[in-house]
Structures are given as structure tokens and as C-alpha cells.
Design a protein around this ligand. Structure first.
Ligand code: SF4
Length: 134
């Protein structure tokens, strides 16, 4: 049975501090910039809204014309930047905006369930889970 490793979230626990976005953008882009974080936290009427790839719909994998997006043995959708031609078809097809693109950058970026954000979350609103799928 295949497994899926992904970041799970509980927005009711989120206090909107942004520590997750700082952790993500600092790790991958060496800057503290929410626009360059794979996880997005935005205020809403009912508290914070957390947006991040759940690794399961995989519309982006099917849409990529050069097979730059593949599913790892852990069930994580990974982007091969060497293969990516920057057409941004994956960004366009993602229904929740979880594949992101920063203007001027050659490639999009997405969550790879590394858990860096979860380790910095002060409330346990986000965490890595591994689920078995049939
Ligand atoms: S670190 Fe946790 S509490 Fe802070 S914004 Fe991110 S998810 Fe919410």
C-alpha cells in the first residue's frame, strides 16, 4: 500500500505568527519573505487560513509537459529544477495555489514535507504525517 508523507494543519490552533513562513523561506531562499514560503498563512474571518500542498491531488504532475514533477517513494510531489522549463503550467493548474512562483525566479517551488516549518510552530498547528493510501 503506498504511503503519502505530507504536512497536516489545524487552523484552529494557528495564531498567525508566521514562524512557519519564516522557517520555510529562510531555509530555501535564505530570506525571511512570506512570498517565498511554500506554506502560506493568511488571516480570515474564522482565524488563520493555512495553505500548503497536501501531496495527494497531483494535478500538477499530470500537467507538467516535461515530467519535471514526480512522486517520490514517500509519496511526496517533487520538482526537478533541472528538467523544469518554467512554463508555470503546474502553478496554473493547482486548485489551492500550493505551487508557488516568485517573480523573476526561473522555477516554481512547493512543499516537500521537510518539516522545517512544523519544528518552528509554537502551537502545534502544523505537523508531518505519513498516511497509508489504498
Ligand atoms: S508557525 Fe504555526 S501558529 Fe505560526 S503562523 Fe505558522 S502555523 Fe500558524
Amino acid at each position: 500500500m503506498p504511503s503519502v508523507k505530507r504536512l497536516a494543519s489545524d487552523s484552529s490552533k494557528c495564531i498567525g505568527c508566521g514562524a512557519c513562513m519564516t522557517a520555510c523561506s529562510t531555509l530555501f531562499f535564505k530570506v525571511d519573505d512570506p512570498a517565498r514560503s511554500c506554506i502560506s498563512v493568511t488571516p480570515s474571518d474564522s482565524g488563520s487560513k493555512i495553505t500548503v500542498c497536501d501531496q495527494t491531488c497531483r494535478l500538477c504532475v499530470a500537467e507538467c509537459p516535461v515530467q519535471a514533477l514526480t512522486v517520490s517513494s514517500q509519496g511526496v510531489v517533487m520538482l526537478d529544477r533541472k528538467l523544469c522549463v518554467g512554463c508555470l503550467a503546474c502553478v496554473a493548474v493547482c486548485p489551492i495555489g500550493a505551487i508557488r512562483h516568485y517573480p523573476g525566479s526561473a522555477n516554481p517551488f512547493k512543499c516537500i514535507a521537510c518539516g522545517a516549518c512544523a519544528r518552528k510552530c509554537p502551537t502545534g498547528a502544523i505537523g508531518i504525517v505519513v498516511e497509508e493510501r489504498s
